[in-house]
Design a protein around this ligand. Structure first.
Ligand SMILES: [Zn+2]
Length: 479
């Protein structure tokens, strides 16, 4: 039987809260192998933006919905997804997410409210009033039911059977009262206010963000997170890119500094000696927007899972061009909302002027024979990220192209233009560097021109009108 233990991480819903009650949300982590049980239920797509391998996959599970409430669940699950993805910074990256819903019927609708002696027979046996806190909604094992197979085990079995590629699992409880909890599994009621819990928990589960609470919690320990630190030297603060020089360090927790990033004391469940980036943030007060530093962490976390390029052609990275047909390179990109990704193309490190779209055409004739590196660089230049030493917001694709055209020097029959000047051409692919000469006696040859085009067709027009009959020849030096 897997062990269950408390995760010393809690979301406290305070200040400015629409529900007016201080609430501790305890998360639960279940360790051990997934329980083997017969999986039931069915999977329904509710947001499809691309391949599961290059998207963040949200999976929502139905709790307390009866067999006739499937449509209600799918609508509620869609609302949970929309509420999360309407919130900055997810709003910009909505197309980086997929979402699907697992419907599993409960015998009765709703959830347990033990404080009101109200009990429902539901599939995951969820309950409010966990550990004496009204809005703390959990599933077993918990203080009401220690049997893992009644709750967490069922979640794991369904996810393993129907959605093994999930990145974040959310249990939607068919109850209008505000409530939920976090940890390995996020639990939310269908109340729209509960979407705040989903957002806060996504900060933990996507980006490993820490809680910015400053109230003491003796059992809590652990390393610094992206948004918490003990560092007080301005030049060494990890979010220093966001701190303007005139902001005092540490930063007074007063209204003049409410809108700026600084170094505010109280974070990581420590009232002193631990610091957070902003006076307030979703990771401190559920219901607030994410601060700049937490937003940056979330965007980077999204880019750890989703690459900018969904696909590209040509598929292989080693190419040979033996014909003169133009070569077509193209990338298909994920697109953030309201901003365009920066794209540039390079051939042998030279930027191709004007090529800033998703495709590039290259002419083997224009390149000439040889080996070329063709590179596509894509970058998200969002202002939401200032510090990206790992280059998460950038992607580079490389192809090696060998142009191997058969080179034939074939002079066309000389002719005269209407004004009397002599014209002589060579069909493509004419070798670069061949020399065109003329002679009246086949003994003395006079150089007329050297072909400097790369394997293209060649044309020479004599400057004057020379009426002397002559022979013409072309040759490549050294051949
Ligand atoms: Zn924050």
């Amino acid at each position: 039987m897997p062990q269950c233990q408390f995760k010393p991480q809690r979301a406290r819903l305070t200040g400015g809260k629409p529900w007016g009650t201080e609430l501790l949300l305890w998360g639960f982590l279940v360790f051990g192998s997934a329980l083997r049980m017969m999986a039931q239920g069915a999977l329904y797509p509710i947001l499809s933006n691309g391949p599961a391998t290059n998207r963040i996959n949200l999976v929502l599970l139905a709790e307390g919905y009866t067999s006739v409430q499937r449509a209600t669940f799918l609508a509620d699950a869609t609302n949970v997804v929309n509420n999360l993805l309407a919130r900055p910074p997810f709003q910009t990256y909505r197309s980086y997410f997929n979402a699907s819903a697992i419907f599993i019927a409960s015998s009765q609708s709703g959830s347990d409210h033990p404080s009101q002696s109200y009990f429902r027979d539901t599939y995951f046996n969820s309950t409010y009033d966990s550990y004496g806190i009204n809005q703390l909604v959990t599933i077993p094992p918990n203080d009401r039911d220690a049997d893992y197979t009644h709750g967490q085990g069922r979640v794991e079995a369904l996810l393993g059977a129907l959605a093994p590629q999930y990145d974040m699992a959310i249990l939607v409880v068919n109850d209008l009262l505000f409530g939920g909890s976090g940890g390995g599994l996020t639990i939310t009621s269908k109340s729209s206010a509960s979407s705040q819990i989903v957002a806060h928990e996504s900060g933990h589960s996507f980006a490993g963000l820490g809680d910015e609470y400053g109230d003491p919690f003796p059992a809590f320990s652990g390393p610094e997170e992206y948004n918490t630190t003990r560092e007080t030297s301005r030049g060494s603060i990890k979010w220093r890119a966001w701190i303007s020089p005139e902001t005092p360090i540490p930063t007074p927790p007063t209204s003049p500094y409410a809108a700026v990033v600084g170094l505010f004391e109280g974070a990581h469940y420590q009232p002193t000696n631990w610091f957070r980036p902003k006076l307030d943030c979703m990771m401190r007060t559920v219901g607030r927007p994410f601060c700049e530093v937490c937003s940056e962490a979330l965007v980077k976390a999204i880019y750890r899972r989703v690459r900018l390029v969904d696909g590209f052609i040509p598929a292989g990275s080693q190419l040979v061009a033996a014909g003169t047909q133009p070569l077509h390179f193209e990338v298909s990109l994920v697109e953030p909302a309201g901003q365009t990704l920066a794209v540039r193309w390079l051939v042998n490190q030279a930027v191709q002027e004007g090529a800033d779209g998703v495709s590039l055409m290259l002419s083997p004739l224009a390149l000439g024979n040889g080996v070329f590196q063709v590179r596509c660089e894509i970058c998200d230049r969002t202002t939401l990220v200032r510090d990206d030493p790992e280059g998460l917001l950038r992607q580079v694709l490389d192809w090696q192209l060998e142009v191997r055209l058969p080179v034939v020097l074939k002079l066309e029959m000389p002719g005269r233009l209407p004004d009397g000047r002599v014209r002589i051409g060579a069909a493509a692919p004419a070798p670069q560097g061949f020399i065109l000469q003329s002679s009246a006696d086949l003994v003395t040859w006079e150089a007329l021109a050297t072909n400097i085009t790369k394997l293209g067709s060649f044309e020479f027009i004599e400057p004057g009108t020379n009426r002397v009959p002559r022979f013409f020849r072309g040759f490549v030096p050294g051949h």
